[in-house]
Design a binder for this molecule. Structure first.
Ligand code: MG
Length: 374
């Protein structure tokens, strides 16, 4: 199953000839050639979405990602950076950041805390690029141990939750069609934040009675409107609301959370571990995403800190392949809700790993993050 460097380059050349990669970007490798040093290989990849995806701020049909491989002693760990536009990263910025990461200077891949702290200090942002390295290193270390991360952390994979499936903003007809296609899911997430919020919910409700979650993505401008909407959403069977208003408006969110009959979760307001103290009291809980928080290691710490503050936790994602989704799923037995459907929204998943069966996340028993290249 290991892929030596020469065969990886050959495969890449064939794929590039087939037009899979952006012509302006090419893969590169950093690190010593010794088999006992870590070597990182990086390549851009573009995810094709099954449907046009619309949220409060914009629409799109593709998502740029960067795939990472870290090789050590013949074992390869896989990682991924996904860059939806609002993160402010691109394939170019991720590739530029990763060029500065020299893993060959670290003799021991198990030294995760020191390696990832060093990488985090290279730049202030680039959280998706950092997550790609974090995921690949965790995959590598898990493979060297021979165990999946849910077992290393001591989590029961049978406790992995149902995942929501996301219905993007669209016309009533399309929303009804998408809801019918999502028939196997036990809970659905509905994107809100434009002028048709009630029509979105009514269109979904015309098809299904499953519980719903709502995500206005900062789209609501007025706290009184938000509170009225949340009362209405509760009557429609919505169980929590993500990021109702602009991320900077902490006082307005605190006002809303105090009065809301539903949990209010901080998504855009809470990116990293250090953001949690700022949102305690303003929200009922947080949304953790690997691409926001630099990866599995910090996500694990965020779960601990959020729980210590009696906060609810939702684990979310971007449009990602099964690589990053599987990585996130190893933490999912510890959260209240999961929205790990990113790999189901794309046509060209480059990996297999965690799957969704009857709406629930099913983790593989493979070591590391438990993925295989397709
Ligand atoms: Mg959200």
């Amino acid at each position: 199953m290991t892929l030596n460097r020469r065969s990886f380059f050959r495969r890449t050349a064939v794929a590039a000839a087939a037009g899979s990669f952006l012509p302006a970007l090419s893969q590169f490798s950093i690190g010593a050639q010794s088999s006992k040093r870590m070597t990182m290989t990086v390549r851009p990849y573009t995810l094709d979405l099954k449907h046009v995806f619309t949220v409060a701020s914009l629409s799109r049909t593709t998502t740029p990602v960067v795939l990472v491989e870290i090789e050590y002693d013949g074992v390869i760990g896989y990682g991924e950076a996904s860059m939806p536009p609002y993160l402010g990263e691109s394939q170019e910025s991720v590739m530029a950041f990763l060029k500065r990461v020299d893993l060959s200077k670290y003799p021991d891949p198990f030294d995760l805390e020191a390696i990832l702290t060093d990488i985090d200090s290279l730049a202030f942002h680039n959280t998706a690029a950092k997550a790609a390295v974090d995921i690949a290193l965790h995959d590598l270390v898990g493979k060297l141990i021979g165990q999946p991360w849910h077992r290393i952390w001591g989590y029961n994979k049978a406790k992995a939750p149902n995942t929501t499936f996301t219905i993007g903003i669209d016309t009533a007809d399309v929303v009804r069609e998408k809801t019918k296609e999502a028939a196997g899911f036990k809970i659905l997430k509905v994107k809100l934040g434009k002028a048709n919020d009630k029509e979105m919910i009514e269109s979904v409700r015309a098809v299904t009675n499953v519980p719903l979650t709502a995500d206005p993505n900062q789209g609501w401008k007025d706290k009184f409107y938000a509170l009225d909407m949340i009362h209405w959403l509760k009557e429609k069977g919505v169980v929590y609301v993500e990021q109702p208003m602009a991320k900077e408006r902490l006082d307005d969110h605190a006002w809303l959370t105090e009065r809301s009959p539903l949990p209010i979760l901080a998504d855009e307001s809470c990116q990293r571990l250090a953001d949690i103290p700022n949102v305690v009291g303003a929200y009922s809980g947080i949304v953790i995403k690997l691409m926001k928080c630099t990866g599995m290691r910090e996500a694990h710490k965020m779960i601990t800190l959020a729980r210590a503050n009696n906060m609810k936790i939702m684990f979310g994602c971007m449009t990602e392949t099964s690589c990053a989704i599987s990585a996130a799923s190893h933490l999912s037995p510890m959260v209240d809700w999961a929205d790990l459907d990113g790999m189901l929204l794309i046509k060209n998943d480059a990996f297999s790993g965690t799957t969704v069966v009857d709406g629930r996340l099913v983790l593989s028993d493979g070591p590391g993050i438990g993925v295989k290249r397709r």
